[in-house]
Design a protein around this ligand. Structure first.
Ligand code: SF4
Ligand code: SF4
Length: 366
């Protein structure tokens, strides 16, 4: 007996695939499946998070609809992945947010932008909001640096705690009792697999796009998004070092590291999510988890808006538009941070843990 209909369907598919095994060379999920004779719910959650949704096994499957077996591994695993985030979420009261994710994130983003604008007017310096500010400390005349650090530090800390608790619950379910606490080779190997998106290549041909041809544009857009996000994070980290260690106050000139990293990162998280969104709407609907569309679109839209508003702020930072752009940018970033544990952001972290487990299994078959 499985806990949900999706788990039951995934169990049915894995039983068929385990007899067929035609797709065993396509990705990590099929070899992991072959190490099992039966599929408990925890196994299925693990397999679902190993699947990278490349779509190749649907294209290749002789039992796909309209065959009576109706085998559709990518769509079923996508749905199960989303439901697994719900199953492990912290606090439990927020389970269900993933199903209404688009509406929740849009509401929080709009409220956050409004709160920053109102906060700038009521608490900050209303005059600075509509007049050009230049020189060191220009941003902090609109919102004091300490207030900015306190607001974003609290949001980030909450996001980390909630995400780590969820990930820990997932890991406890999928780990072997004999797994070492810190398994450096598995952690490093999975890091390599994740950083290169090794299993998003459909066994070598690239992502199936549902039109018969196989291209790997989704892999490219994923890379732009992921490394763009890392560069933005690096930009903020370097700026903090400049501020606290060297007493160098933002805004920085265009050639300085925070601006260079932020600009490249901003371009990455603008082009990457836009490409992924376009690819999503071009894809064969049979490959998609339709219930997760709101979550996917909300996450990509938030990253895109973070990139666009950040770049606009960079270009117009010496003009009277800076104050309003800062409010919009900070509102979007705040909403992105606070919803990290309840949105598509977590998919990379769950998948990383599944890849760590897979590395361990390859070494020591389950
Ligand atoms: S997806 Fe289809 S072809 Fe591939 S292993 Fe499963 S049943 Fe066989
Ligand atoms: S969709 Fe791609 S990654 Fe997922 S199980 Fe099929 S071949 Fe593997």
């Amino acid at each position: 007996m499985h806990a949900t209909e999706t788990l039951a369907e995934a169990g049915r598919l894995m039983t068929i695939c385990n007899s067929c095994r035609y797709c065993e060379g396509l990705c990590a999920m099929f070899p992991a499946m072959e190490q099992r004779r039966s599929f408990a719910d925890t196994d299925l959650n693990y397999l679902a998070n190993l699947c990278h949704a490349c779509g190749a096994c649907y294209d290749d499957c002789q039992f796909a609809p309209p065959h009576d077996f109706a085998v559709n591994v990518p769509a079923t695993m996508a749905k199960l992945r989303r439901e697994s985030y719900d199953a492990y979420v912290w606090p439990r009261a927020f389970s269900g947010v993933f199903a209404r994710n688009g509406l929740v994130i849009a509401t929080i983003a709009a409220a956050a932008v409004a709160a920053f604008i109102i906060g700038f007017v009521l608490i900050g310096n209303p005059e600075a909001l509509f007049t050009a500010q230049t020189g060191p400390g220009a941003f902090y005349r609109v919102m004091p640096h300490n207030t900015m650090v306190a607001v974003f530090g609290a949001a980030f800390l909450y996001a980390i705690v909630a995400t780590v608790i969820g990930l820990r619950r997932f890991w406890i379910d999928i780990a072997s009792p004999s797994s070492p606490l810190v398994d450096r080779p598995a952690l490093a190997g999975a890091g390599h697999d994740a950083a290169t998106l090794r299993y998003l290549d459909g066994g070598g041909d690239g992502c199936a796009d549902g039109e018969g041809a196989v291209k790997d544009r989704r892999k490219l857009y994923h890379h732009l998004t992921f490394y763009g996000f890392l560069l933005c994070f690096l930009s903020t980290s370097v700026a903090s070092v400049w501020h606290y260690a060297f007493d160098r106050i933002a805004p920085y000139p265009w050639w300085d590291l925070p601006v260079v990293f932020g600009t490249l990162g901003g371009i990455g998280i603008t082009i990457g999510p836009a490409g992924l969104l376009a690819a999503k709407f071009r894809r064969d609907p049979m490959l998609l988890d339709k219930g997760g569309l709101g979550m996917d679109v909300a996450f990509l839209a938030m990253l895109f808006l973070t990139g666009v508003t950040g770049l606009a702020l960079l270009v117009l930072r010496a003009t009277p538009a800076m104050g309003m752009l800062l409010a919009i940018h900070l509102g979007v970033v705040f909403a992105l941070f606070i919803t990290i544990p309840y949105g598509k952001f977590v998919h990379g972290l769950y998948r990383y843990l599944a890849l760590v487990r897979h590395r361990q299994e390859q070494r020591t078959p389950a």
